[in-house]
Ligand binder design. Structure first.
Ligand code: ABN
Length: 172
């Protein structure tokens, strides 16, 4: 034990003699700023960027069976003058959406799909599609897709729904 006491005492004295209090504080401050910056560094939020992995296509986007519609609830924009991922002219895409995870039969992989509503014209009325995978009753508001997502848009009038691929879903 005496050996350890002497060893640490000598080391402490050496460090104390060779460094100033200001120098130690400077190094400590630098380290703290460095560590606090780590959470701000960019992180990969999707498994792969969508541009790097455009899913192969299979099926008819005007049919409710189309793979991207697994959790949709609404009129398909593909039948309303838009496409499966663009709004018809004269409507605006909602920035707030319902999210689902659908399996693409062409490559067997799961993709995160955002069901953005198109807003600003009265209900389209064509191709009503309610596959509703993962949907829960309205009293679970955070888990229900039976919602008009025309919020944060100029108009709250719902027209139709799109199905935009956000990225590859991470495997469990
Ligand atoms: N998200 C489609 C929708 C719009 C209005 C009401 C229910 C569902």
């Amino acid at each position: 034990m005496k050996f350890f006491d002497d060893f640490f005492e000598n080391k402490s004295r050496e460090i104390a003699q060779s460094s100033s209090r200001r120098g130690v504080l400077k190094k400590l401050g630098g380290a703290m700023i460095g560590v606090s910056a780590i959470p701000l560094l960019p992180v990969a939020r999707a498994a792969e960027p969508v541009t790097a992995k455009v899913p192969q296509e299979e099926g008819d986007p005007a049919s409710c069976d189309y793979w991207r519609y697994c959790a949709v609830d609404g009129y398909l924009c593909e039948c309303c003058g838009g496409t499966y991922n663009t709004c018809p002219p004269g409507t605006e895409m909602s920035p707030i959406t319902w999210i689902g995870t659908c399996r693409n039969p062409a490559d067997g992989r799961n993709y995160v799909i955002s069901y953005n509503d198109c807003c600003g014209k009265s209900s389209c009325g064509n191709c009503l599609c309610m596959r509703d995978e993962g949907d829960r009753p309205l009293y679970r508001a955070d888990k229900s897709n039976d919602v008009n997502w025309c919020l944060g848009t100029d108009s709250i009038v719902y027209h139709c729904s799109t199905a935009v691929v956000v990225g590859l879903a991470l495997d469990k």
